[in-house]
Each structure stands twice: as structure tokens, then as C-alpha cells.
Design a protein around this ligand. Structure first.
Ligand SMILES: [Zn+2]
Length: 407
């Protein structure tokens, strides 16, 4: 889903001429968004004299200031399209909408654009607002799904002990922003991810159920399983999030969530780097039932470095699984914002408003004292609040005085 863009009001498109194919550069954007302004941009070092229709730039900050002034529109109305995730990362940092035209490589998942793997055929759907974005983000925002949603897909090779390689296919439902990386504090999916660790969460249940059906449409699945709690968490009687899922559709269609993996040891991945994480998790799982020749879906909540889920997939293959698909709720993001983040402010008491959940599981914005504001209702519904936040956190034109003025 668009993190910073108003999908009903796209007025300008930045096209990265350094990386995009001709098909995207000559695409009839005006057919789908009438009078949309196009900005073809290139790193100034890659320019030749003849390219007069292309804007050369030294750095993206100056480029975006230039485009804000020339286009005369808000950054919430500007999107960017590129085949280069690094270019889009810089756009994201400035709260510009992002479309990547290729699959995102595994080591770049921490800077996931609004849309990835956008083909020339899916582009009209995105421009017309018919493709909603990543499934878990959609469920967290609307409480239900739409026919047109996407999943982030990541393929990697898993090396087994006997030296053979197997393919690991991981599907992810959207982006998770931890509180440490204060990129977007009031993000519906991030709220739901945290809530899911402690309580039953309807939107998460619906998301997993729909992805399981989606995979079963093209592959017969024998076993549906999950990453279990660690021994320490079981001893502490921690909430067992996966066991509490209902997965109504899946169980009606003859597949129930079952525990296949057990943990051999306790460990923590927090704060560890990729290498340490991989080492720590090695040999962590044992298999509790016969899975020889079975096609398996395994689910988990947050993908950080992928080391836990990859070790789980490896263990399943080592024990004879035929094909393994992993479904993760969200992938941890590390993108830092260049813009200071502003929360909504309560009009009654002036305190910051944050995401909250009502007893029906619906998200809304409210200050810490909203229950005491009896005279008027001060809460704001989720969609309206998200739109206000986009506007409040847009990229502004900065009036930087020219250095020459100093002399
Ligand atoms: Zn208040």
C-alpha cells in the first residue's frame, strides 16, 4: 500500500531513466492518469548533451526540491518508478511513493518499496488504484481483503548437509516498522504484528487463511505448520499466537495447523548480526512427525534476517519434505526517514494521538485521555487518520538561502 501517497490524487511521476526499460519510459501514463506530469531523471554523470528532456541531478534531495517547485504539487501526489531499489530507498526516505519494476533481492528487503515486481501489465492497475498492495497491510488497514492484493516474494537456496541445494520460497504480507526505527510509528500492520504476539488478532488470522488458500490453488499441500514457541517461552506460559489462530477457510477445506517442529534449545536473536543469527539457530529444530514426501506450508510472524525461517525450512528438507513454502506476516524495515515525524494532535487536550484498538478489534486514532473527553468525540477513524498523517508528514519546499548570499 502507498505509505505516503494519496492514491486518488497522483499528479506527478518521477521516472528513473538510469534504470528503467524503454517500455516504462514510453508508457502512456496520461491514459491512466489524465494530465499527469512526467519527470524523466538521470544521475548527472550519466547524461549526454542531447538528452534535453531529461532532468540531470547531483543528489536526490536537490532533485526532489526541484520537482516539488516545478510540479507545484504536494509530495503526497508524487510517485517514483525505478528498476533500482537503491534509488527508491532515497525516495522513501523523503516520503515519495515507490514502484519497483523487478523482484526485490533478499538483502534489500529491509527497504521494501510500496509496490514491487511491477510488470508493464500491472502498472495500469496500480495507477488506477485497483491494486491495493501487500496483503497483510491491506487486512490490517481495512479489516478484510480485496481480490487484487500482492505478496512480497523472496527466493533463496538452502544448502543441505549432504551438499545438495533446495529452493526456499518465502511469501511476506507487508512491512513491519519497529519502534527503534521511527520511520512510521502509527502503521496499522506494525501495530497488528505487535498485538498478534500477545492477543488473538482477527486481521492476521484472515491474512494467513487467505494466503494458505492462494498457495493451495496451485499446489496440493499436505501439512500446515508454524514456528513453535521456544522452551523458555513455554515455561513462562507465553501466549501461543499460532495455536490460537482459527484459519476457518483452511480447516473447512481439510487442512489444520499442526506442530511439526520442536525447539532443541533456547536462544535469542535480538541484536545479533546475520552471521551470529545463522550460527545460533543452527540445529535448533527437531521434527516431531513423519514428513517424508510431504508438501508443507510453514508460517511465522516477522522476517528479520531470515535465519530462523531458513533453518526451519532446511530442517524440513533434511527430514524428507518434498516442497516447502514459508508465509511470513511482515518483513522488518530499516529505512530511516529524512523528515521529522509528526503525530496527530488531539484537538481537546493537545496530546499526541496514537493507534489504538477498540474491543471489536478495529484500529482508530486517539489520545491517552480520549475516554475522558466526554463532551465531544476526539477519536479519528483509521483511514481518515492515515490520510491526515500523510499530509502532516509530507516533504516541504525548504527555503535554503543560496550560499552566494553570504558573501
Ligand atoms: Zn485528548
Amino acid at each position: 500500500m502507498w505509505k505516503w501517497t494519496d492514491p486518488d490524487n497522483i499528479k506527478a511521476i518521477i521516472l528513473d531513466a538510469d534504470s528503467l526499460d524503454e517500455a516504462y519510459l514510453s508508457f502512456p501514463y496520461n491514459q491512466y492518469i489524465p494530465e499527469v506530469q512526467l519527470f524523466f531523471v538521470k544521475d548527472i554523470n550519466n547524461m549526454n548533451d542531447k538528452e534535453i528532456e531529461i532532468m540531470g541531478y547531483y543528489d536526490t534531495t536537490t532533485l526532489l526540491q526541484d520537482i516539488l517547485i516545478r510540479s507545484k504539487c504536494d509530495s503526497t501526489s508524487i510517485i517514483s518508478i525505478s528498476n533500482n531499489p537503491i534509488f527508491l530507498k532515497e525516495m522513501m526516505q523523503n516520503h515519495i511513493g515507490t514502484i519497483l519494476t523487478c523482484i526485490l533481492a533478499k538483502d534489500l528487503l529491509r527497504n521494501t518499496p510500496d509496490f514491487t515486481d511491477c510488470t508493464i501489465n500491472s502498472l495500469p492497475k496500480i495507477l488506477k488504484g485497483e491494486l491495493y498492495g501487500y496483503g497483510a497491510e491491506v487486512y490490517a488497514t481495512y479489516g478484510h481483503g480485496f481480490p487484487s492484493m500482492s505478496l512480497l516474494k523472496c527466493k533463496s537456496q538452502i544448502l543441505l548437509n549432504d551438499g545438495t541445494e533446495r529452493e526456499a520460497i518465502v511469501f511476506m504480507g507487508g512491512r513491519y516498522y519497529s519502534e527503534k526505527h521511527r520511520y512510521l510509528l502509527n502503521d496499522p500492520l506494525s501495530y497488528e504484528v505487535l498485538n498478534f504476539k500477545r492477543n488473538y488478532t482477527d486481521s492476521v488470522d484472515l491474512f494467513f487463511d487467505s494466503v494458505i488458500s492462494f498457495i493451495r490453488n496451485y499446489k496440493a499441500i499436505d501439512v500446515l505448520t508454524y514456528i513453535p514457541l521456544k522452551p523458555k517461552d513455554i515455561n513462562e506460559k507465553k501466549y501461543d499466537r499460532f495455536r490460537n489462530l482459527k484459519l476457518v477457510n483452511s480447516s473447512q477445506n481439510g487442512i489444520k495447523l499442526q506442530q511439526v517442529l520442536g525447539f532443541n534449545k533456547d536462544f535469542s536473536q535480538k541484536g545479533n548480526d546475520l552471521y551470529v543469527r545463522k550460527e545460533i539457530v543452527k540445529g535448533a529444530f527437531n521434527v516431531l512427525s513423519d514428513i517424508k514426501g510431504k508438501n508443507i506450508i510453514i508460517i511465522d510472524d516477522v522476517y528479520s534476517t531470515g535465519s530462523t525461517i531458513e533453518e526451519a525450512i532446511k530442517t524440513l528438507y533434511e527430514n524428507g519434505a518434498n516442497k516447502v513454502f514459508a508465509v511470513l506476516l511482515a518483513v522488518n524495515q530499516m529505512t530511516e526517514s529524512n523528515i521529522e515525524y509528526h503525530n496527530l494532535i488531539c484537538r481537546e487536550c493537545g496530546k499526541e494521538m496514537k493507534l489504538k484498538m477498540n474491543k471489536n478489534g478495529k484500529l482508530f486514532f486517539g489520545c491517552s485521555a480520549y475516554k475522558q473527553h466526554k463532551a465531544i468525540s476526539t477519536t479519528i477513524d483509521l483511514e481518515q487518520g492515515l490520510n491526515l498523517l500523510k499530509d502532516k508528514n509530507k516533504l516541504e519546499v525548504t527555503n535554503v538561502r543560496d550560499l552566494e548570499d553570504e558573501y
